[in-house]
Design a binder for this molecule. Structure first.
Ligand code: C2E
Ligand code: CA
Ligand code: CA
Length: 391
């Protein structure tokens, strides 16, 4: 690349999380293929398209270099996304944004061009523009990740992060059996912020370690005060499953607060095994040998594999909210939930359903044999004193 007549275009589909929550993963694939189809219509025969998962496509527009050609191409792209996308009789108006990087910009390599394009997309997002044309790395938008991270780091040092607890209940008896620990940022300026505002930044930096160690220690210390046998579940990101220190932090905290290991559940995602499965298996094996429980979170949304059941002993499956939330109106979702429950029980695993918001869903889940319910019906995530007042 870097040729004198090629313009790089990075196109992204916004709002993917909301759409995914509404549609569920299988329909999401249809949605994404429609996105690809539209970008293919935008490209001409000799242009090249490269996928950048989960929601971006990169197009190399050959013989496009001057600003007039770029404006024409941009207009075509905007027009292509004016039509709503129909999936399962529902219409969605996708928000697509693009960054155009003409030849002869500051970048000498494709990687550099992509960095400029990414900062262009951030600017487009921030200014709510359908597209931007960039020749330079805009300092403000290249650095906003870094300044955000610094802000998060300083807030962490000031102690602005706290653990909230969302109750989980026995499906049939509805007594509280434990809680999932979920982090919140009490920002004096912006109020209570959800993990989406800070966990993705932390995960891209070394900050995820102190964050996770904090979550573990805090969750363990609180749980130790709750009546036996209430459990506490903590989310552990994939990168830390290869970290030697994880086991040490867990063992130390369990010992200091005198919590039986079986009352701690570590929630890992299906994607945890992609990178360095040997090391991940070794870490998890050690934790489990010491009595800690392992749950697979968001089950059904990731790179699911039966290897889990062969190589890794887990104790619990959490059925993802995207299957549960509309299982009463979408028979296929209900079938998936049923299949997951049956699969889990065949392997003697406990099943937790996430995102249970109404009584009818709870009744259906119970009839299907689900063990534990979690969701707004049972209770929202709340500060520890509120949670303790209710148990
Ligand atoms: P998750 O592990 O899937 O957590 C469940 C999320 O679903 C929580 O969002 C919870 O508030 C939300 N939820 C629970 N019940 C319902 C319901 O009935 N309806 C709906 N619509 N939503 C429900 P939250 O707290 O915003 O957390 C989002 C994600 O952030 C979590 O997803 C988890 O992946 C991550 N996260 C949260 N705390 C931590 C943490 O301490 N460490 C790490 N590494 N990740 C965390
Ligand atoms: Ca979780
Ligand atoms: Ca989950």
């Amino acid at each position: 690349m870097g040729t004198t007549d090629t313009t790089l275009v990075l196109v992204e589909l916004d709002d993917l999380n909301n759409i995914s929550a509404e549609l569920g993963p299988s329909s999401m694939e249809v949605f994404l293929s429609e996105f690809e189809f539209r970008v293919q219509q935008f490209a001409r025969e000799h242009d090249e398209i490269v996928k950048i998962p989960p929601n971006k496509l990169c197009v190399l527009l050959r013989d496009v270099s001057d600003s007039q050609q770029i404006e024409l191409a941009a207009a075509k792209l905007v027009r292509l996304f004016e039509e709503p996308i129909t999936v399962l009789d529902q219409e969605f108006k996708p928000t697509a944004r693009a960054a155009f990087i003409p030849p002869g910009c500051d970048a000498t390599t494709t990687k550099m061009q992509l960095r400029i394009a990414e900062s262009g997309l951030r600017e487009a997002r921030a200014k709510k523009l359908p597209y931007v044309v960039r020749t330079k790395l805009s300092r403000e938008y290249a650095n906003d990740d870094i300044s955000r991270l610094r802000e998060i780091e300083q807030a962490f040092e000031r102690g602005e992060f706290v653990m909230y607890f969302q109750p989980q209940a026995h499906a049939a008896f509805r007594n509280v059996t434990g809680a999932e620990a979920l982090m919140r940022w009490h920002s004096p300026q912006r109020g209570v912020l959800a993990p989406a505002e800070f966990i993705p930044y932390a995960e891209r930096s070394a900050l995820i370690r102190p964050f996770t160690w904090f979550a573990l220690k805090s969750a363990i210390s609180h749980c130790a005060r709750w009546p036996n046998p209430l459990t506490v579940a903590v989310n552990v990101p994939p990168c830390l499953l290869q970290d030697e220190e994880l086991n040490q932090v867990v063992q130390d905290a369990l010992a200091i607060f005198d919590l039986p290991p079986a009352r701690l559940i570590l929630e890992i995602t299906e994607n945890s095994m992609i990178e360095n499965p040997q090391k991940t298996l070794a870490t998890l094996g050690r934790l489990r040998d010491n009595g800690v429980k392992i749950a697979i979170d968001d089950f059904g949304t990731g790179y699911s594999s039966f290897a889990y059941f062969r190589d890794l002993q887990v104790d619990e499956l959490k059925v993802d909210r995207s299957f549960v939330s509309e299982m009463l109106t979408r028979p296929r979702d209900r079938d998936i939930v049923k299949a997951v429950i049956d699969l889990a029980h065949n392997f003697s695993l406990q099943v937790v359903a996430e995102g249970v918001e109404d009584e009818e869903t709870a009744v259906e889940l119970t009839a299907l044999g689900c063990d534990i319910l979690q969701g707004y019906l049972i209770g929202r995530p709340k500060p520890v004193d509120q949670f303790e007042a209710e148990i």
